[in-house]
Every structure is written in C-alpha cells, then in structure tokens.
Design a protein around this ligand. Structure first.
Ligand code: SF4
Ligand code: SF4
Length: 508
C-alpha cells in the first residue's frame, strides 16, 4: 500500500515537472532560470523515487515481470498517447520549430526561450530548437540510464556499457561541441557531435560542410581529419576487434537513447522472418542511397572548388572505382561464404552499375555524377532519412515498433558496421545449446528482432550483422547459455547443428 502510494506520488511529481516545462509553450516566464530549474528538479526527483519503488526492494537479476500486462509496454492506450506526443514533438522540431517558439530572425519565445540561460552559459548564443532538443535528449539518456543501471545491477557488462553511452552523449555530443562553439564564435558551423561520423552524419562530406571545415582554421581541420580517421581507420579497426557493439551500444547517441529510454519497449520488435527480410532490404537500400548521394556531392564540390581540393575530379572518380572494385573482389574471393546469395548478387550488381556510370560521366567531365543532381538527392535524403526516418519514426514509434526501428531498418552506419561484423570481425555470441530450456526470454527481449532462441537450441554461434551486442539476451537468460565473445575468424559461423538430447541417441 505504502509502495503504491509512493509510486503514484512520484509519477505525479515527475508529471508536474513535465507540465511546467510544456506550459512554457503558452506562458512566458520572466525568471527562466528558476522555472527551468524547478521543472528539471521535479522531473528528476519524481523519476528517481519512481525507479526506487520499481527496483529498490528487488534483488539483482531479471526484472521483466508484468511487461505483457502493462498498457505502456503492450501498445495500449498510454503507449498510443506517448507515441503520438513524441511524434508530434519531432514533427514540430524538424518542420515547425516556430510552434515551439523558435524565431530565426530575432528573439525566440516559448519553450525554446526557456533554455536561453543555459544556452548562453554553454555556447554564448540564444537557444535554438536544436539546443533545446539536445538538452532534453541528454537529460533523458542520463535519467533513464540511472533506471537501466538500477534494473540490471549485478551485471557488469550492462553497467559499463550504460556509463559509456551516458559519457559519450554528455561530453562528446553535448558539452564539448557547445563549449567549443563559445570559444570559437567566428568559426562557421561544422559537425557538432564529435562521435557522429559519416554515414550517420550524412552531411559530413556535403559541399557546404566540407567548405566550412576547410575554411574553419585549425578547429575545422581537426574536425575533418578526426572524422576521416574515424571512418577509414578507427571504425574498421574497432569493429574488427569488438563487432559493431563498440559503436551501436557503447557510443552512439541513437543507440544510447534506445538502450535507456527505449528499454521498456525492446520486446515489441518483430521476430518474423518476413520482417528480417524487409530489414535487410531497407537498411542496405539506405546505405546505397547515402553512398551514391555522397559520391555525387563530393564530385560537385571538387568541380566547383578546385582551389580547396587536394585531388582532381578524375583522380576522385578513379579512386572511387578502385575502392568499389576492391570491395567487390574481397566479397567474392576472400570471404565468399559470408553473405547470403541474394545479398551478394545485389551488391555486385549495384557496384557494377555504380562503376559504369562513374566511368561514363566522371571521365567525360559532366557536372552531375551518377545521372543525378546531387543537391536534390541530398535534400531528399535529409528529409526522408535524416529527419522523417531517424527522428519521427525512429523515436516517435518506440511504443509501437520497439526501440531500435531506426537502427534496424534505416541507419546506414549500422549497415556498414553490420556488413563488417558479419564478414570481418572477431565478435560472436556463443551458445551452450545443451543448457537451453527454450524459455524464449532471449528472443523476446532482443531489440533487433533476432530469434536468439533458435540459435541457442541448435548450439549455433550468433553472427548476425544486425546484432548490436547489447548483451540483454545474455542478461535475461536464466541458464547462462549465451556469451558475448571476441575470438579468431575461423569457425565463427558454425551452422552445423550441435547434437542435442535425443538426437545423440539416434546418432548412436
Ligand atoms: S542478439 Fe543479444 S546482444 Fe545481439 S542485439 Fe539481440 S539481445 Fe542484443
Ligand atoms: S538461451 Fe537462455 S533465454 Fe534463450 S531460450 Fe535458451 S534458456 Fe531461454
């Protein structure tokens, strides 16, 4: 009874903080510092007390009781309200920021203006809708990160992983870029989030962004070199050693929000084979889209800014052709069994079309490459994938489709890392099949929709390009069947079924 009362009052206090924040849409608060602080303190206090009532009295271990009987976590009425609220918020941020009070011409008002004091302190400028969003995003990751650690306490992997995503969001994505902006007020805008590399940061190699970095002094040059080093050296090396988890579950902000605030919705991801098929087509189509758009954008940049370019347009085209050919050769000769036939032939066909059009247009010196106007494609990519998919669908649909919709179906970064994880990485999840009792916990809580149990029952290693290495399948397994490991490349993919139970007697 006491616990129920405490639970309800804590929800009330947290909601009061949220209502205060939202009320800034309609009420102009003179003392912004006071009202912003009161709102954040109430939300933090209410949430912490609520988390305590949920997990404080429980022993370490699996805590998913009642998940399928709660309207919020089973697409009930509260899930719909939350989903619609989040979707409306994202639509306002991307396309109607004036609803939130943002004014590009002068002083902002409303909710955005409430963040002005914090914005002036950190970056020296008035708040924009993106600053407000970044603050709320970071706040959510910290707050729900605490909940996550509480829930999975006793599991060191989950503890360090969550501390890592909180650290990278708070420091690399939020504080450092804002403080750098304050210290360098004259420098033009360039990549703010230090850990968002191409292709997640799809505009990294766009003309305006390249120009800003190349003319942005030492800081601009640092961002350019850091970004390139991460794309071509840091990311492949880390993925080889640890799989895509080093990024998707330990560093990335999208993954950080999915793992913390999205944790209650992870069981909603579909495990159907047809959805797996759709996932593979969609995510690789986005990867092709962003690659083609970027190649065309760099081409336009080199043609229009020869004085800023280190290489000529012909050299660029030759380099891209060599790179694509090398990748296709590796796919065919070095690791010919790594990909399914349909995936391999689709990649080969697309690569060939790309090479052909690069050769025809690139070497004949046309202004547009790949038969497309790079600017309109960039615009469509930004609208369709960068905003609608990653933001509106990616987060707004947590309560309907699970927490990793974006990572699973649309993130080109996840696609690249996933291909490497499948083909050239030491990471795998090993399964001790003989211990599996087929309870299905692992499959139910896999946010990437992987039917983990099917692998465990056969004693087969899980080497899936979509696995983000969150380790939840292992954390919720009551029999200790699953283990996340890094080891040699040989025999990583062991699809031969492990002889279990009766099968052994039949064989004998
Ligand atoms: S298979 Fe396990 S580690 Fe991989 S994404 Fe699913 S739950 Fe996470
Ligand atoms: S691997 Fe573990 S969680 Fe998954 S079905 Fe088997 S016993 Fe259950």
């Amino acid at each position: 009874m006491m616990n129920l009362l405490k639970k309800q009052s804590s929800i009330g206090i947290g909601l009061l903080g949220l209502i205060l924040l939202v009320s800034a849409l309609f009420i102009t608060y003179d003392d912004k510092v006071l009202w912003l602080s009161v709102s954040f303190v109430l939300m933090t206090f209410g949430s912490l007390v609520y988390f305590q009532t949920l997990y404080g009295h429980q022993l370490p271990g699996i805590k998913n009781d009642g998940v399928w009987f709660n309207a919020l976590t089973t697409r009930g009425i509260t899930a719909w309200l939350l989903g619609m609220g989040l979707t409306a918020f994202y639509i306002a941020i991307y396309w109607f920021p004036e609803v939130l009070g943002f004014n590009a011409q002068g002083e902002s008002t409303g909710l955005v203006a409430l963040f002005d004091p914090l914005s002036y302190t950190l970056n020296g400028s008035p708040a924009t809708q993106w600053f407000m969003y970044g603050t709320l995003y970071t706040f959510a990751i910290i707050l729900f990160g605490i909940k996550f650690i509480w829930k999975y306490r006793g599991n060191r992997y989950q503890l360090f992983r969550t501390l890592s995503v909180v650290f990278f969001q708070l420091c690399f994505a939020f504080l450092i870029p804002e403080i750098l902006a304050k210290l360098n007020p004259e420098t033009p805008y360039f990549a703010k989030d230090l850990k968002n590399m191409w292709p997640l940061n799809y505009y990294f190699l766009d003309e305006w962004h390249l120009t800003n970095m190349l003319t942005g002094g030492n800081l601009g040059l640092f961002f350019l070199l850091f970004g390139l080093a991460m794309i071509f050296i840091g990311s492949p090396v880390l993925t080889y050693f640890y799989g895509k988890r080093w990024y998707c579950s330990w560093v990335c902000g999208c993954g950080g929000l999915a793992e913390t605030a999205g944790d209650p919705f992870r069981q909603l991801s579909s495990k159907k084979l047809s959805v797996w098929k759709l996932e593979r087509w969609m995510i690789h189509a986005v990867l092709v889209f962003v690659t083609v758009t970027t190649i065309a954008a760099i081409w336009s940049f080199i043609k229009q800014n020869p004085e800023l370019s280190l290489i000529s347009s012909t050299q660029f085209v030759s380099g891209v052709v060599v790179l694509i050919t090398a990748l296709m050769l590796i796919l065919f000769f070095w690791n010919k069994n790594g990909l399914e036939k349909d995936a391999k032939y689709t990649l080969i066909s697309l690569g060939s079309i790309l090479i052909l059009s690069l050769c025809i247009q690139g070497f004949s010196g046309q202004n547009n490459l790949l038969f497309l106007n790079s600017y309109s494609f960039q615009k469509w990519y930004g609208f369709g994938v960068g905003a609608a998919f990653s933001g509106v669908l990616g987060v707004g649909f947590y309560p309907f489709l699970g927490s990793r919709v974006w990572c699973r179906f649309g993130c080109p970064m996840a696609a690249i890392l996933g291909l490497q994880q499948r083909l050239f990485s030491r990471f795998r999840i090993t399964t001790n099949g003989g211990q599996c009792i087929s309870c299905g916990n692992c499959s139910a809580y896999c946010e990437m929709g992987i039917d983990v149990r099917a692998y465990a029952q056969r004693g087969e290693n899980i080497v899936r390009s979509s696995c983000v290495g969150c380790g939840i399948c292992s954390a919720v397994c009551p029999r200790g069947v699953l283990k996340l490991e890094n080891d040699g490349l040989e025999n990583r993919i062991n699809s031969t079924p492990y002889p279990l139970g009766n099968a052994m007697e039949v064989d004998a």
